[in-house]
Design a protein around this ligand. Structure first.
Ligand code: 5GP
Ligand code: MN
Length: 338
C-alpha cells in the first residue's frame, strides 16, 4: 500500500499541535466554543474537544449562544452547553475557538470573551485571520474535526494513552461526514478516509450519524423543498438560485435551521457551477449559502458582501434588504466570476 501523507500533520502543523497539547497540559481552565449557526463540524469538534479535556481532568465550560439544529441533537450533550448570559466572567479561562473563520463569528458575547486569557484557534477556513495566540489553521483540511482528531491522536501517541472511544469517535465522525458532504467534496483526502476507518474501528456510531443527519427529514421539509425546487432559477445554465422566504418557513412551520439540506440541490444540477441559496431568516435578515462545483471561488463572491468561508462553500449575510434586492446584487457579482 502506498504511504499516505497527512498534510495536516506536516512539520509546520505539528509545531502548533504540540503547542496546543503543551498548553492544555500546563493549564486548567478552558472554554470550548465555535461559530454562529452551528453545523455538524462545529458541534462535533466542540464535543470532541470537551471529551478530550474531560479525559485530562480539566475544568471547562462549553459555551455556544446558538442552539443546535434538530438534526444534531442526537449528539446528546446539549445539556452541557452554556450561553453567555449564564457565565458572568471568563477570568482565568482560555478560550478554544474551533471552526470559526473569523473572530466576529465566534458564537459568544465578545465583552465576555475579552475577560478570558486569550484564544487558541483551531480552524480550516482560509479566511481565518489568525486571531488566536496559538493558531492551528489548515485551510485544506476536510473539517475542524480532522484537526481535533490530529491533536487527540498526537496526544495518544505521545502518552501511549487511548482517548477516543465510541462517544468522541461519533462526534468526530459527524463533523467529518457533514463537512465532506458524506465524502463527496474535493476536501475529502486520503487522511479523511483513514480517520473515518480509525473512528469506526474505535466504535463511532456511523449509522446513528447517517440516520440522524440524512434520514430524519420531516414531511414539512419535503413540502418546502418541493416548492423551492419548483421555483429554481437557472441562469446561463451555470448559476442556480433557490429562495426560501420567511413566509414559506412560517407556512410550513419550519425553522431557518431546518432547511440547510436544500443547499446542495442548487449546485448539483448538470452544467451548473455555482449554487446560490437565499434564506430569509427574518424579515430584515437574509443568509446566503454559496456552493461551487469545480472552478469558481465562492470566497471571492462572499467577500464582496463581507462574508467568507471555503473555496467551494461560503456564505454571507444581508440586513435590511429584500429578497429581490439580494438576488439581484448576488447575480450581478456572480456573473463577473465567469
Ligand atoms: P453555510 O452556507 O453552510 O452556512 O456556510 C458555508 C461556509 O461559509 C461555512 O464554512 C461558514 O463558516 C461560512 N459562512 C457562512 N455564512 C457566513 C457569513 O455570513 N459570514 C462569513 N464570514 N462566513 C460565512
Ligand atoms: Mn467546518
Amino acid at each position: 500500500m502506498a504511504e499516505i501523507k497527512n498534510r495536516s500533520l506536516s512539520e509546520e502543523f505539528l509545531i502548533e499541535i504540540d503547542k496546543i497539547i503543551d498548553y492544555i497540559l500546563c493549564n486548567d481552565k478552558f472554554v470550548v466554543t465555535s461559530h454562529i449557526n452551528p453545523d455538524g463540524d462545529n458541534i462535533g469538534s466542540s464535543l470532541a474537544m470537551c471529551g478530550f479535556l474531560e479525559a485530562l481532568d480539566k475544568e471547562y465550560i462549553y459555551l455556544l449562544d446558538d442552539a443546535y439544529p434538530s438534526s444534531l441533537v442526537f449528539l446528546n450533550r446539549e445539556g452541557l452547553r452554556k450561553t453567555s448570559d449564564q457565565v458572568p466572567s471568563l477570568e482565568g479561562y482560555t478560550v478554544i475557538a474551533q471552526d470559526s473563520g473569523s473572530y466576529e463569528r465566534i458564537c459568544m458575547d465578545k465583552d465576555l470573551l475579552e475577560t478570558s486569557r486569550g484564544i487558541i484557534c483551531i480552524d480550516h477556513h482560509h479566511t481565518n485571520g489568525d486571531y488566536g495566540f496559538i493558531n492551528y489553521i489548515d485551510a485544506k483540511a476536510s473539517s475542524t474535526c480532522e484537526l481535533v482528531y490530529n491533536i487527540i491522536t498526537r496526544y495518544e501517541d505521545i502518552k501511549a494513552r487511548p482517548i477516543i472511544g465510541p462517544e468522541i469517535g461519533t462526534c468526530l465522525y459527524a463533523g467529518l461526514v457533514t463537512d465532506t458532504g458524506n465524502f463527496q467534496y474535493s476536501n475529502t483526502e486520503p487522511s479523511s478516509f483513514l480517520m473515518a476507518a480509525d473512528l469506526i474501528a474505535r466504535g463511532a456510531k456511523k449509522q446513528l450519524v447517517i440516520e440522524n443527519i440524512y434520514q430524519k427529514n420531516s414531511p414539512a421539509y419535503y413540502r418546502i423543498l418541493g416548492e423551492c425546487l419548483n421555483n429554481l432559477e437557472i441562469i446561463d445554465s451555470k448559476i442556480c438560485i433557490a429562495i426560501v422566504t420567511k413566509e414559506m418557513l412560517d407556512k410550513y412551520g419550519l425553522e431557518y435551521g431546518d432547511i440547510d439540506a436544500i443547499i446542495p440541490y442548487t449546485r448539483d444540477i448538470d452544467g451548473v457551477e455555482l449554487g446560490i441559496f437565499i434564506k430569509q431568516k427574518e424579515i430584515d435578515e437574509i443568509k446566503v449559502s454559496l456552493r461551487s462545483k469545480s472552478y469558481i471561488d465562492c470566497t471571492e463572491l462572499a467577500a464582496t458582501f463581507d462574508g467568507g468561508g471555503h473555496v467551494r462553500a461560503s456564505g454571507c449575510t444581508f440586513r435590511d434588504k429584500s429578497v429581490e434586492e439580494v438576488r439581484n446584487m448576488l447575480l450581478e457579482q456572480a456573473k463577473k466570476l465567469f
